[in-house]
Structure formats: C-alpha cells, structure tokens
Design a protein around this ligand. Structure first.
Ligand code: URA
Length: 307
C-alpha cells in the first residue's frame, strides 16, 4: 500500500468516526441539500426581533403565563400558551412574529374547526410551527375519533414522521402491548401528541414549538370529547397540566384538565413514556399501576370497560 492509500484510509476512518458521532448525537437525518449556519440564522432572527420591538406597533396583549404550577383554567377553557422563546430558525419575512403570535394565530384557526377533518386541514395550512419545515408528514392522530379515552404523547419520531401516524415505532409497539394488558386497543382510544410534527433528529422540542401546536391540541381534545385523558410522558403532562413538575411526581395522580365548554374538567392521568420504559424496564410496574387506575376510573364512569 502506498503512502497515499494509507492517508486515504485514515481520512475515511476519521470521516466515518465523525459521522458516527453526529448520528449518536441525534443528527441522523439530512434535512437539506446544503449546510445551514444556524448561528447566523439565530443572529439574524434576533436582529429582526429587536427591530420589530423598536417599532411602535400596537400589539395584542399576551395571555397569562402558563408556567405557574398546576392546571391553568382560563376563560373559554383555553390554557394559556407558554411565553415566547427565541427560535433558532430564521423566519421568512411573512412569518408570524414569534411564538406568542403563532399561538394566537393557531388559536383562531383551531377555534374555527368543527370537526377532526377540519382540524387536520387547519394544521396542514398552519405555518406557525417551524417543525413543519423539516418534517416529512403531519402526524395528526390514530384510533377512534369518538373514543372515551384519549392518549396524548410527546412528539412523533422518525417512524411516525414517515407514516404520518402517532406511535407506530418501537415505543408504539410497547404502547399497544400496554393497552392490551388492560383490554384496550386502537379501536377504543384516540391517540395524538402535543406536537404534530417531528423535531429534527428527535431533539427536545422548544417551548415555542409546543406553544404553537397547543391551541390545536386543546381543540383536538374538545372535538374528541373523551371521558378520560392519559398523558404519556413528561412533556405531555407538563404541557397540558401547566406545571413544571417532573413526570415522576405527576404520574399516578388524577388531575382535572380544563377542557372548557360543555366538557368542563376532564380527568387526566399522567404516566411514563414507553420510550422511557424501554430504557428503564424496572419502571414498568409503575405504568402497570397507572393502567389499573385508568381501568378503575373507566369502570367508575360507567364506560364500556376493559375486563
Ligand atoms: N413518542 C411519542 O411521544 N409520540 C409518538 O407518536 C411516537 C413516539
């Protein structure tokens, strides 16, 4: 082997190692043809925001802060979105001003929906959540549209993004097994997430992204009108219960989710996410207890109950 061959091999090995490292950090998808300088985008987005702030424009007052602990009922049953947070993606000129504005726009669009099909169409048309730009598909829902039990997870992963359906990957397979343990399946539940698009590389979604989807999730719950809600994972529980408490504290307890309108408060139970159970199988016993609590509540409510 010549010295050049040797150098090429070493370069290849270094490139392969760099790729492997990126993949293990979550950068496992090519989402555009050319590299993007996120630092420059962020600086530009901050500059534009500062410019807008300096403009003496009349802006609608923002709703109350949802960070305070405990569920946050507010007039009309809406739970206030979290405050705006800097987005790492530069927004096009005609994009909404920021997370609070996106949530306001989303609230108007969601409130106008009178059916699940309408809500799906409104989401297809909604441009207030930047995750849509990198996702392959909208991940709207699965299961019965009028189910008594609504399951709300966190965010779609790669499999869900490809198929446009929630919980179809390994977590979904475990979720199906968990449901069947209490004699439930996808014909008897309605499943969605607090995010309708996959965060690239499965990164943690920002508060702004959750807030942008939130009015649609709230309307989604109203349109399904379940009798019981199961919040799957910390992000879902924290977001819908308006608390900063972790899922370990929240799970296993019943909360009132203020659905508003005729629905009033719906019983909501938080539990661990199946992805967490795959990493921590010893925690399955807690989820089993949660599922039994769900089963009991269904019986108490006189719902067509699991055996
Ligand atoms: N994890 C979630 O929270 N939701 C999905 O749809 C898939 C995995």
């Amino acid at each position: 082997m010549t010295g050049d061959d040797q150098n090429l091999r070493e370069n290849d090995a270094a490139l392969a190692a760099a790729l492997l490292w990126q993949a293990s950090m979550g950068a496992d998808e090519a989402i555009s043809d050319a590299p993007v300088d996120r630092y420059a985008e962020f600086a530009e987005s901050e500059r534009r925001k500062a410019e807008r702030r300096a403009r003496p424009a009349a802006r609608a007052p923002h709703s109350a802060d949802a960070r305070s602990p405990g569920p946050q009922p507010s007039p009309g049953g809406d739970v206030a979105p979290r405050p705006a947070q800097a987005s790492p993606r530069a927004l096009p000129d005609d994009a909404p001003l920021g997370a609070a504005e996106a949530a306001e726009k989303g609230r108007a669009a969601a409130a106008a929906c009178t059916s699940l099909d309408g809500l799906r169409a409104a989401l297809e048309a909604f441009d207030g959540c930047p995750l849509k730009l990198t996702a392959t598909n909208l991940v709207f829902a699965d299961g019965a549209p009028d189910a008594d039990v609504m399951l709300i997870g966190e965010a779609p992963g790669a499999d869900e993004d490809r198929q446009g359906k929630p919980f179809v990957g390994v977590s979904g397979q475990l979720l199906d097994r968990m449901l069947s343990a209490v004699d439930l399946d996808r014909t008897r539940v309605h499943i969605t997430n607090v995010l309708y698009w996959r965060p690239p590389g499965n990164r943690t979604p920002t508060d702004a992204e959750v807030a942008a989807c939130r009015p649609f999730v709230e309307r989604h719950i109203q349109l399904v009108a379940p009798k019981v809600i199961l919040l799957i994972g910390g992000k879902s529980a924290k977001s819908l219960l308006g608390t900063e408490q972790g899922v370990t504290k929240l799970r296993g307890k019943w909360f009132d989710y203020p659905a508003g309108g005729d629905l009033g408060a719906l019983p909501a139970l938080a539990t661990f996410h199946p992805a967490y159970l795959l990493r921590n199988p010893a925690m399955k016993r807690f989820v089993w207890r949660d599922l039994l609590a769900l089963q009991r509540r269904m019986r108490d409510l006189g719902l067509e109950s699991p055996k």
